[in-house]
Write a protein that binds this ligand. Structure first.
Ligand code: SAM
Length: 249
């Protein structure tokens, strides 16, 4: 395993344990509606980077001619193949060395992966390299500047300062960290890499057990649909989605 791969999903049933066995219908729907709003309608070659078992494949299967699901975990990729068969091609490897040529893809997305990345700038450079000029990357970023994290910091419950641009590492379970980022920090990386930012969405705005109990998932999903655009300027949600474009040469 590369030193930089810090989260190994081999042998872990992410689908059953994280999604099906937990009350995460709202979060799943929130991701899906953001992707629907951001991904181009027609692409030739597309890759879901860190795509796992292809949870979100329903949102891109009809949008691209050739679809790759790329992941480090062979367990995840095997599940993806079992579910989607010939509709997708799986590729295994490390995000820091993507198995695609320069300028090969028309589109890509990377969702719920940044929190595992020890070296985000290097990963973003790789994504940029494999995209065609004019191609689109939809990238979800784990936000350190959320309202609950601010509350925990100002009341002294957490030492992680959500207001500074330093990368936050919330856990150290045998080097398995959960990195969270300040929106300004990631936006500077995107700009430095060369990406043009086309759209931002605030996603999973109501990720809270209490809110789920009070409002019920279907109502939260409706509220989320409006909130994604309206709350984007404040960037307080746990997930911030970016639609980025590699400029034409
Ligand atoms: C939380 S899961 C997200 C899966 C999928 N994108 C989704 O939203 O359902 C994170 C995925 O990133 C993959 N991953 C983490 N670090 C990686 C790396 N350095 N290279 C390739 N894949 C990686 C894991 O194997 C895992 O499948």
């Amino acid at each position: 395993m590369s030193e930089k791969v810090i989260s190994d999903y081999n042998g872990y049933d992410y689908k059953a344990d994280f999604w099906e066995g937990a009350d995460r219908e709202y979060e799943d729907q929130a991701d899906r509606m953001a992707i629907r709003k951001l991904l181009p309608k027609r692409m030739d070659k597309f890759a879901d980077i860190g795509g796992g078992y292809g949870r979100l494949a329903g949102e891109y299967l009809r949008r691209a001619h050739k679809i790759y699901i790329f992941d480090y975990s062979k367990t995840e990729l095997q599940q993806a193949k079992e579910i989607y068969g010939d509709k997708i091609e799986t590729k295994a490897g490390d995000i820091y060395k993507l198995p695609f040529r320069d300028d090969e893809l028309d589109g890509l997305m990377m969702v719920r992966v940044t929190h595992h990345l020890k070296e985000l700038p290097k990963a973003i450079e790789e994504l940029y390299r494999v995209l065609k000029p004019g191609g689109v990357a939809v990238i979800e970023v784990a936000n350190k500047r959320t309202l609950p994290k601010m509350a925990r910091y100002v009341t002294g419950k957490s030492k992680v300062n959500p207001f500074d641009k330093k990368v936050a590492n919330y856990k150290e379970i045998s080097k398995d960290g959960f990195y969270n980022y300040h929106p300004k920090y990631v936006e500077e990386i995107f700009a430095k890499t060369g990406f043009k930012r086309e759209k931002v969405l605030s996603v999973s705005n109501f990720r809270s057990k209490t809110l789920k109990k009070i409002f019920k998932t279907n109502n939260l999903v409706k509220m989320e649909n409006t909130a994604q655009q309206v709350l984007a300027p404040v960037r307080f949600a746990p997930s911030i989605y970016y639609k980025l474009r590699k400029p034409e040469k």
